[in-house]
Design a protein around this ligand. Structure first.
Ligand code: MN
Length: 343
């Protein structure tokens, strides 16, 4: 195995498979892995379509990875060849202010795999030990690869301190909205999910949503008032990332509510300050995750979190470019799309 394939976003709207040499371990804290499964995230699509800023093209796509450990550097502990691992895409500097207070996911010098640094859609990778987490070998690759989207849900729900007694409103039933739904149900909250795609609402229902709102036909302000046993929304997540939705959540929420902002839009949001002030809302940002992988992996190993219902298709790696094109053209027909990098 001297050469391998890697799926590049060469520039916006242009992807290609390239041949590279297989990387080798260069320092004691590194691990050589064979990538088995990768997930296509919304952010990969934005990078592909040129909708994000600061992207380091040409770039190997992907940050959702499940892989097999082949070799460990001399200083690596707690990991051996044959172990299964998942990747934390956060690469932090370790010395800036957020890093110094344990918030390395918002490092001032942050590099994220698949956006600012080569990602996981390649057959082999050499990774720093601290950026990978062991997961039980009995977990199938397609299930393990969903650890990363669950860490997003774990981070945002812990930022919002969701607990039993909360009524959570999640705008958006894509992969992230659905992962947040599953996490909030585990935490004991009542969950209202809204979307414009009926099939996604059906999936949300299967995954435990207590109430569904189809935004094509229903006004959420009216619909929430009519829900039996619901007084109002105490936590609201924008799992779409649209400035107008954020503004809507601020209007929709009960006094004292927490509003979770997770979008990457640079457009201003038409928020009324009076709502934030009068209702004493707490507005929270949430980006990637810190200290969430161990917790999520444990929940997956215990069988309490299973994201496999989100998987709408698995493409062979050789068809990777087609998978991105398919998602671009047919977004509504898909939920989580995976690439089988190796068999
Ligand atoms: Mn992701």
């Amino acid at each position: 195995m001297n050469t391998m394939k890697a799926l590049y976003i060469v520039e916006p709207m242009k992807m290609e498979m390239r041949e590279l040499s297989v990387p080798v371990i260069q320092s004691p804290d590194e691990v050589l892995v064979q990538v088995m499964m990768a997930g296509i995230c919304g952010s990969d699509m934005h990078n592909y379509m040129g909708e994000s800023s600061g992207i380091a093209y040409p770039l190997v796509a992907g940050h959702e990875m499940a892989a097999l450990v082949l070799e460990t550097g001399s200083g690596v502990q707690g990991l051996e060849a044959g172990d299964h691992v998942v990747l934390d895409p956060v690469m932090s500097c370790g010395y800036c202010y957020p890093c110094s207070i344990g918030r390395s996911n918002v490092c001032e010098n942050l590099k994220a795999r698949g956006s600012h640094y080569d990602g996981c859609m390649q057959e082999y990778m050499v990774l720093k030990r601290r950026t990978i987490h062991k997961i039980e070998r009995s977990i199938p690759w397609e299930k393990a690869v969903l650890a990363e989207p669950f860490t997003i849900a774990a981070q945002s729900s812990s930022r919002a301190a969701v607990s039993a007694g909360d009524t959570v409103y999640i705008s958006g039933a894509g992969p992230i909205g659905l992962c947040i739904l599953m996490m909030c149900k585990l935490l004991g909250a009542t969950v209202i999910t809204s979307d414009i795609i009926a099939s996604r609402l059906a999936l949300a229902s299967k995954l435990g949503a207590d109430h569904l709102i189809n935004l094509n036909t229903e006004d959420p302000f009216v619909a929430i008032k009519k829900l039996p046993g619901i007084h109002g929304v105490t936590v609201a997540f924008d799992a779409v990332g649209h400035p107008a939705i954020f503004a809507q959540l601020v209007k929709l929420a009960l006094p004292t509510a927490r509003i979770l902002c997770m979008g990457f839009s640079s457009e201003p949001s038409p928020v009324s300050l009076v709502d934030i002030t009068k209702k004493e809302l707490t507005i929270l940002g949430s980006r990637m995750s810190v200290n969430q992988f161990e917790r999520v992996i444990k929940l997956m190993e215990d069988g309490r979190l299973d994201g496999t219902p989100l998987i709408s298709s698995i493409f062979d790696f050789k068809d990777g470019v087609r998978a991105f094109e398919e998602l671009r053209e047919n977004k509504a027909a898909h939920c989580k799309v995976l690439l089988r990098i190796n068999d």
